[in-house]
Design a protein around this ligand. Structure first.
Ligand SMILES: Nc1ncnc2c1ncn2[C@@H]1O[C@H](COP(=O)(O)OP(=O)(O)OP(=O)(O)O)[C@@H](O)[C@H]1O
Length: 239
């Protein structure tokens, strides 16, 4: 479970990018963050992960206050997984080696076992196990990035635009991979997305940010039919 309460954060002392954000994601929920470019979606993920610590407000993971905990401790001790928007795989390493990096806190036996589980869940990984990440398609790279983050069996996963730059077909594959990990391992997922309608299809709830605050929130199904959301993301005029 993720709880964010009145979080204020920014990159410089003068400017607050997040201006008092409150939201939550319950266990095994998929929650999507939407909003225009520059409204603070990625900053919020970085703030929860610990790369941009909150100036004020609180971040709780599984009920524990982790507002001041550095990112590496959250990954190791709180079951947090984070897949950044870019540079999320090591191109020069093979699929297997990327997964080993994700599992570096695990012992050898556990690591091999987890790689087998993830290859069963995402068969592409097994087929391309010895191939360099540089040779993978965009969608395959995203699934590898997901698998790398899943190696230590996180309870909570933060995904920054997992469908960025993908064709509609690949995008479906990546979203299906995300839905599958929630079904199989009950992982709580908070993701930032630009492909609003596709993301809402696999989400339970969503928050729409605007200029560092929550402008709108609700069940994914109702937001998909909300005229304001349709106007913003599908270019359909409000009735
Ligand atoms: N490393 C940084 N240093 C200083 N300012 C930054 C940094 N990263 C982002 N910002 C600024 O913070 C604001 C919010 O950026 P952020 O990346 O969180 O937005 P976003 O909603 O994720 O946008 P997008 O949809 O375009 O990815 C922007 O004005 C951006 O210029």
């Amino acid at each position: 479970m993720i709880q964010v309460k009145q979080v204020v954060a920014g990159y410089t002392a003068e400017v607050d990018i997040l201006k008092g954000i409150t939201l939550h994601a319950a266990r095994a929920e998929i929650v999507t963050l939407l909003g225009p470019n520059g409204c603070g979606k990625s900053t919020l993920l970085k703030s929860i992960a610990g790369f941009v610590p909150p100036r004020s407000g609180v971040v709780l993971l599984e009920g524990q206050d982790v507002s001041r905990m550095p990112a590496h401790d959250k990954i190791r001790r709180c079951g947090l997984g984070f897949v950044p928007q870019t540079e999320n795989v090591f191109s020069a390493l093979t699929v297997r080696e990327n997964m080993l990096v994700g599992g570096h806190y695990l012992g050898n036996t556990q690591c091999e076992q987890r790689m087998r589980e993830l290859c069963a869940l995402y068969p592409m990984l097994g087929r391309k196990f010895g191939a360099r990440a540089a040779s993978l398609s965009g969608g395959e790279r995203q699934i590898l990035a997901l698998a790398r983050a899943l190696m230590p069996r996180p309870h909570i996963l933060l995904l920054d635009e997992p469908s960025a730059g993908l064709s509609p077909k690949m995008l479906q594959e990546v979203f299906e991979a995300i839905a599958e990990i929630r079904r199989k391992e009950a992982v709580t997922i908070l993701m930032v997305e630009q492909n609003a309608m596709e993301a809402l299809r696999i989400s339970d709830r969503a928050y729409i940010l605007s200029m560092g605050t929550v402008a709108l929130s609700g069940a994914a199904r109702s937001l998909m039919h909300d005229p304001q959301v349709q106007e913003l993301y599908l270019g359909r005029p409000s009735p």
